[in-house]
Design a protein. Sequence first.
Lengths: 234, 370
Amino acid sequence: MNWLLDLTPDEWNAVRLSIKVATVAMIASLPPGILIALVLARGQFWGKTLLNGLVHLPLILPPVVVGYLLLLSFGRRGPAGAFLAEHFGIVFSFRWTGAALACAVMGFPLMVRAIRLSIEAVDRRIEAAAGTLGANPLWVFGTITLPLILPGLITGAILSFAKAMGEFGATITFVSNIPNETQTLPSAIYTFTQVPGGDAGALRLTLISIVISMAALVASEVLARRVGKRMDIE
Amino acid sequence: MTVALDITHRLGDLGLDVRFGSAGRLTALFGPSGSGKTTLINMIAGLIRPEKGRIEADGRVLVDTDAGLFVPKHKRRIGMVFQDARLFPHMSVASNLRYGRWFTPAAERYADMNAVVDLLGIGPLLDRRPAKLSGGEKQRVAIGRALLASPRLLLMDEPLASLDDARKAEILPYIERLRDETKIPIVYVSHSIPEVARLASDVVVLAQGKVAACGPTGAIMQRLDLLPAEERGEGGAVLDTAVLRHDEVFGMTVLGSAAGDIRVPLLAVPVGAPVRIRIRARDVMIAIEQPTGLSALNILPGRIVAIEPGEGPTVEIGMDCNGATVLARITEQSRQTLKLRLGRKAYAVVKTVSFDQANTSAGLPVEADG
């Protein structure tokens, strides 16, 4: 069984990089995810259907198309990419940050859906009650809305993380498959399957991928249940 | 003025057109459902924006559409107790109570946690979650939460409507204490005559979006014509009395009023305590001579000062009993047989057993050792 646990340094790097990319993608998409979910759940404005469609686009488009669009806009010569590189020094193309961006975009619809559902379930009359007690809208959001949607936030975050762990098409199109920089678990597994004698490595990484994804799902279940119990919401 | 309103607003099919001012300790907005009273109280709280008009509370202008003024709800410092309590489910009772304190400027915090907890008897609940409370407990916590924000005005929107009679009886004394022991003026929405008669110092009667009458509780409760048809049986005179003595042998309390002594079933309040009673018009008989050989214990001499036609075969008789007004509802046939007319001397007869919890404000239940 030793061959199963004995990972080469390159394989370890892929595991570590994948976790880093998925974590960053998840954390970075939380604030915009909450904001968009709020707007979709409560906003009444022209173009809401359009925004909703835009958010869900990565779910329906082929991942390669999303990756290519990212390359066009966030690549070194793309309008957004050039702007960010010039003013903030943030470079996406062929970096791990680009992998995180691709993963974040691909996981975004899943996250927004989960958060939006939980926001729609919040009783707005309870928020109004907090308002009459002197809390301004920002405080109401922080002390009432946010704690009440915590189970939805956890679910959304874990879904985004899990999606990022498995993301392949958009990532490889946008930032290629560079060991130690953009070679995440799926890219590494793909590479192993393309070379003779890579079966053992592919299998090892596959098992690791299954373990991480399962652990994330179980963790989210446990967390959500604990939060739910704390609130006594039947 | 505690609260002054001058509002025009469209609400579906109902045109609200309301103008009143009240300086009472507890002003009741009274009317049948659909009369617009909940909308009005939501406007005072800042939860609904009136289309046109002006709202003033505790000497502060909160809304003036002509001047483009609208103070948002979190800056009004007006406490609100909702019919459905609306406690924060993710916080303990103690955290719910402390919530409003955070947002009150330190210099304006007058409410004291221990005093409020004592006043409402919620000490044993502090560590619990709202989901683990009964309806009556939830409502008491909601009252405490509103009080601890140190409001300038307290609004209560049918706080007892969703509770059963036992729970209502549990909370009413606390609201009376609130009215008598704190300085916060209260506006109380209700469609229940027993509640209004027992609690209110002033009543604003709403009907179809308009003010039908406005004045002190005693005067309004006598105007049976103002009461909704299905509640008319609950109407009658409201008398403020004080406990003279308790009759332990027969289990009765003797109350002193301007009209004379009134015997009611034993009340658990000390001698001298103020008690407000409501004598339903339908519970009052009229005699033209001092009756003898009668089981009823309360016989109040007076003079007939009003005779109004009532519904169906009834007439409503108003009697002045030494300055206090007592209303009686009798049949037209009895009126003619007895030849009742204005100015005639008569006796109002009320059975002791017609007083129950709903029409005597008995105060707080005494502890078991008392």
